[in-house]
Design a protein around this ligand. Structure first.
Ligand code: ZN
Length: 149
């Protein structure tokens, strides 16, 4: 199925992020026509930028590529539940569908914690599909943090 392919690509980005010493989270942005607009992972350490989460990275790249501030009709695949900052960015970008892997009890902002999309002040709510390849995403994160201790 198509979304499995895209989550595999997001997982590859997460693995690449781990190799760079970043928290292993990867994201892929797909255009309305099914083309891959951007694929990236966390780069907060590399860029010395606390906002350089995988989701923000691909949103920035795709918007620059298309020369527009919104990504109507686009799909975002991310290996981990987006944090509140990224959930707000996803809403502002008007992304149509969000597919994510593992839930994130510590920092997630979609199905737990602040639940950004449930607020009346959230002006655009994407369709949300969770638990896609969640085990692979969780295993990556566990390995990463195990290696840190
Ligand atoms: Zn984030």
């Amino acid at each position: 199925m198509q979304f499995n392919t895209h989550m595999q690509m997001a997982l590859e980005q997460a693995r690449a992020a781990a190799k760079r010493g970043e928290v292993p989270v990867g994201a892929v942005l797909i255009g309305p026509d099914g083309a891959v607009l951007a694929a990236d992972g966390n780069r907060t350490r590399e860029l010395n930028d606390p906002t350089a989460h995988a989701e923000v990275q691909v949103i920035r790249t795709a918007c620059a590529l298309l020369g527009q501030e919104r990504l109507k009709g686009c799909d975002l695949y991310v290996t981990l539940e987006p944090c509140p900052m990224c959930a707000a960015a996803i809403s502002n970008a008007r992304i149509a569908r969000l597919y994510f892997g593992a839930g994130d009890p510590k920092s997630g902002g979609v199905i737990q914690g602040p639940k950004v999309f449930n607020h009346t002040q959230c002006h655009h709510v994407p369709e949300v599909y969770d638990g896609i390849d969640a085990q692979a995403s969780e295993a990556l994160l566990k390995d990463f943090f195990k290696g840190k201790r």
